[in-house]
Design a protein. Sequence first.
Length: 57
Amino acid sequence: MTTSGTITMTMREVDRLRTIQSVVDGMLMTRQAAERLQLSRRQVDFDAYTLIADNPL
């Protein structure tokens, strides 16, 4: 099922998504992402796992 449409995100949400994507791509370490986003490493790991689970290859 393919859906298309428009979503609205704040710049903070866009930055978080890009940073988590960088972790998933191996371009950024979890620790660095956590510091950048002012989150715990555990939260960054959870977000990365969720991003992968929601977007399988």
